[in-house]
Design a protein around this ligand. Structure first.
Ligand code: F0G
Length: 460
């Protein structure tokens, strides 16, 4: 025995690459409690109190667990109104990560979007994307412009396994520019990862092709880079020739292609609040600074506390670590595999931050007018106290038929352990077994825009 057998033991289990220092108790509820809670929330989980939720998969936004270094940063935060040291640390971190010199902090992603589209939107304009997130779309439309999704055809088929299902259909982009004229297209957007199409990644190759089209027509390319690190990880493991490169190198390649970036740091910034707006053009940047000061705050805090900037700076360092990303992507995939094994159709392959259940497959007895996605959302809450989110007819809004009726199980970063995820998978499988009992819903009250947040429903 020379010990070589010991050295060759290779464990395959990917564990959470952290241990837990602080715990937040979950209040247990019974099915009876949850039925009452759901009814008083008018069958809309956005209206449920957080303390009435066992596993909260409503969103991966803003619910991340911060690291001990981030909490230490919270104490270090410099609360100077102007020129806070925490801002300079954030600026340097972001510059190293993205190559952008001009960095504005904002309170969250949609504040960056609001400023950007006040500058480049407006009536008669058309803003194409691989797929706009709902707040991006709403901000574009609020400016009077039109928001268009040009995802690849594969993204409309849940079963179709494509390594970069978040890609843009480049021919469709060319056709759009030919049809409306480049002067009506102020910017082209790319959302990485593509949340709307299932948290699916965009390849470097596709980003480069889109960039070439932009160059031919002198159009700026804007990245919505909320989940840039997850996207970079998928590029690393799926795109030919990228495996030996670091996530930082790949991310830098992505950012190098862009003229501007909006980021909600509540995702891959690993913080509870914060966002960024990065703009290369100095004149446009100056106008963005003026708008930021008007409604958000001075350019070195942008509506955040100094401690928030500090936590963000640290979060952007931690999110590009291989150990973190391999655990992150694997833990989401693990849930996806369990649901598929239970016979539940999801968007395949699993995405980066969430699993998207195909609600039309889950509840085929419910017509689209009765919101099958919302019915599954309500079922999951009843069965397991799990809060999920409908991405289908409710979210799309009146008069719009989205390509799919989906239920998103979004996984907050570093919050839940494997046993929580096992519980979620069990609840989904149990609900699937009794799915014929799911009842459709009708809207009894809803606002005109972004209705999914506050709409009230009753069972059909
Ligand atoms: N862009 C994308 C791709 C997003 O997913 C989000 C938020 C935003 C922009 C807006 O950022 O919330 O900081 O203002 N997505 C969350 C979600 C809310 O649940 O998917 P924000």
């Amino acid at each position: 025995m020379d010990g070589s057998a010991l050295r060759e033991v290779a464990l395959r289990t990917i564990i959470e690459p952290f241990r837990i220092k602080t715990v937040e108790p979950i209040r247990m509820t019974t099915p009876g409690d949850r039925d009452r809670i759901l009814r008083s929330a008018r069958f809309n989980p956005f209206r449920i109190h957080g303390s009435d939720v066992l596993i909260d998969l409503l969103t991966d936004s803003g619910g991340a667990a911060m690291s001990s270094e981030q909490w230490a940063g919270i104490m270090r935060g410099d609360e100077s109104y102007a020129g806070s040291e925490s801002f300079w640390r954030l600026r340097d971190t972001v510059k190293k990560l993205t190559g952008f010199e001009n960095v504005l902090p904002t309170h969250q992603g949609r504040a960056s979007e609001r400023i950007l589209f006040e500058l480049v939107g407006g009536p008669g304009r058309v803003v194409p994307s691989n797929a706009h997130f709902d707040t991006t779309r709403a901000n574009i439309e609020h400016s009077g412009a039109e928001a268009l999704d040009l995802g690849i055809a594969e993204s409309a088929d849940p079963r179709r396994r494509h390594p970069f299902k978040g890609n843009m259909d480049v021919a469709a982009l060319e056709a759009l520019i030919a049809r409306v004229g480049a002067d009506r297209v102020p910017v082209v957007m790319m959302t990485v990862t593509n949340n709307t199409s299932g948290g699916q990644p965009v390849s470097l190759e596709n980003l480069r092709e889109v960039r070439r089209v932009c160059d031919r027509h002198s159009l700026p390319l804007i990245l919505d880079a909320c989940r840039f690190a997850e996207n970079a990880w998928f590029i690393k493991i799926r795109e030919p020739g990228q495996r030996e490169r670091t996530v930082r190198q790949i991310a830098l390649d992505m950012f190098d292609l862009a003229d501007g970036v909006t980021i909600s740091a509540k995702k891959d910034g690993l913080v509870n609040i914060g966002g960024l707006l990065l703009i290369r053009d100095p004149a446009l940047f100056e106008r963005a600074c003026n708008l930021l000061i008007l409604t958000e705050g001075y350019v070195t805090y942008g509506g955040l506390a100094g401690r928030d900037l500090e936590a963000m700076a640290q979060g952007f360092e931690e999110v590009v670590e291989d150990d973190y990303l391999s655990y992150r992507i694997r833990s989401v995939e693990y849930l996806g595999e369990k649901l598929l094994a239970a016979g539940i159709q999801i968007i395949e392959p699993p995405g980066g931050h969430a699993i998207y259940i195909d609600a039309a497959h889950f509840a085929p007895h419910l017509p689209r007018e009765e919101f099958p996605g919302q019915a599954v959302v309500c079922g999951l809450y009843r069965v397991g106290g799990i809060r999920s989110c409908e991405i289908g007819g409710v979210m799309a809004g009146p008069g719009r038929t989205p390509p799919m009726e989906l239920v998103r199980l979004a996984i907050p970063r570093r919050v839940y352990t494997q046993s929580h995820i096992d519980y979620v998978a069990e609840a989904c499988a149990e609900l699937f077994a009794v799915r014929k009992e799911l009842r459709g819903l009708r809207i009894v009250r809803a606002p005109e825009v972004l209705r999914h947040f506050t709409a009230e429903f009753e069972e059909v």
